[in-house]
Each structure stands twice: as structure tokens, then as C-alpha cells.
Design a protein around this ligand. Sequence first.
Ligand code: CA
Ligand code: CA
Length: 196
Amino acid sequence: MTALKTLLASAALVASAAGANAATYFADTIEDVSYGECTSTVRACTDEDRQNSANAVDGDSSTFYALGLGGSLLVSFSQIVGDIMPGAISVFEVTFNRMVGHDEAADVFAVDGDGNESLLGRITNAVGGNSVVANMPFRQLRLVDVTKSEFPNTTSFDGYDVAQISVAPVPLPAAGLMLLGGLGGLAALRRRKKVA
Ligand SMILES: [Ca+2]
Ligand SMILES: [Ca+2]
């Protein structure tokens, strides 16, 4: 292989690695579900198939699952083997049927391989309020509806609506640069030794 070919091959490898890092994964498996409370009529509570938890992991952003007030949902990502890398950003696309005063909120927990849960933050159905950042590796995500405690005067009757749940692991250019820096430093060290 010529030097140019090697260089091109390396560049392609770096590009594909960066592409993999920037990928977005969608939760596709329900691990556990506990529906909360719905304070409206049976018809309203079941409208648009909103009590079907499969709607949260069907890859379709136009269908949703309402957690129910105080409800909980535990999901996982079958596309990712092992831990989801630290620094992953989790985005929860929801909000369908949002109206003035129809505020909803949920707490997001990262669950590790041993089942330990860490609170990542609170999401709301306000524009821009539906994402949190994970600073540790995790396996699963739990959403717990906190609509009533966050918004006591809300008109929401069945809590946070989950259309889909995604994670986008943050690219790690810093780690790559550190590695390159380390190799460069080693080469410099060797050169210095030769001079001496
Ligand atoms: Ca959906
Ligand atoms: Ca709702």
C-alpha cells in the first residue's frame, strides 16, 4: 500500500468512527412499566392508544404512551451491547397535544448494569425542556412522571407523553487527541534520547 492509500484508509476509518459516535439510538425495549393515574374520562384516558406502552418504543414519533400521573417506565436499547458510554445525551421527544397550562414533567434516571439508579434530571414538555445529559455509563433509562409535584395547577390528566426515547453518545475527540499527543510525546522522547 502506498503512503497515500494508507493515509486515505486511515482517514476513512476516522470518519466512520466519528460517524458511529454521532449516531442516535432509540429505546426499543420495555423492561418494566407501571401506569400511573388518569384523572379524566375513560374515553380521554384511552384516546389515541395512549395507554399502550409499546408506543414509546415503536420507532414512530407520531405515536405516544402517556405515563399516567406518577407512572414509571423502564426502557433499554437492544442496538447497544454493554454500557452506553458516559456523556451520552438523552433526548425524549414527546409532546403531542400540548396546550397552554397542559404542563407535564418526568424525572429521568440512568440505570447501570447492577440496577443502581441515578437521577439525571427533570424533563418537561416545554420547548427545549426534553433532554438531559448522562455523565456516567448506563444500561437502561427509567422515566418517572412528576407532573403533579412540578406543576400543581396543570390541566394534564395522564402525565408525561413519551413518543420516543433517544440517546446520542457524545463523540470523544479529546480521547483521540490525548492518544495522539501521547504517541507524539513518545516520539519526541525518542528523538531527544537520540540527540543525547
Ligand atoms: Ca412512538
Ligand atoms: Ca399526557
